[in-house]
Design a protein around this ligand. Structure first.
Ligand SMILES: [Zn+2]
Length: 161
């Protein structure tokens, strides 16, 4: 509901030889479609739509970092398909791209145990195994802006602490 755009990634320039994940999101969707743990370098790009300008910016980002980079695209299907086509021109293979269309609306669940995030299309209340520590997480509707993810909690407490 907030229309405030967070400038916290400003100045996050792309180094030559960047090896990590480029997350490009389109449209009004948030930039939380993130299946990767935070251990990898990440570049977040957000575009209103797959305009020629947006695509050329994406092209230049990919052009300087075509080796070892992975691309995560989220947003309306038409936009991410256009972006995927540009990425393919830049030499990315299909398996190096993840397309998350807005129609499937994936949610990112934050794990309080290992602090990694797991993307899922399951509704709130479902159990999702954590990517990081395999704990079964119950998904919630509590979105944490600080974490950029929905908060999860362990479905079963298996270890005493
Ligand atoms: Zn975990």
């Amino acid at each position: 509901m907030s229309s405030v755009s967070m400038p916290h990634t400003a100045g996050n320039g792309l180094e030559p030889g960047f090896r990590g994940v480029i997350c490009a999101s389109f449209g009004a969707a948030g930039d939380t479609a993130d299946k990767q743990s935070d251990s990898q370098p990440k570049l977040n790009l957000h575009f209103e739509a797959a305009t020629p300008e947006a695509l050329s910016e994406l092209r230049s980002a990919l052009g300087s970092s075509s080796v070892g980079v992975r691309l995560l695209l989220s947003g309306p299907t038409a936009d991410i398909r256009a972006a995927a086509a540009v990425a393919a021109e830049c030499g990315l293979q299909q398996e190096e791209m993840t397309l998350l269309s807005a129609e499937s609306a994936p949610r990112v669940i934050y794990c309080p145990h290992c602090h990694s995030t797991t993307a899922t299309t399951e509704p709130a209340g479902a159990e999702v195994p954590c990517q990081g520590c395999s704990t079964d997480l119950v998904t919630t509707d509590h979105f944490s802006r600080r974490m950029g993810a929905y908060l999860g909690y362990a479905a079963r407490v298996e270890e005493a602490s």
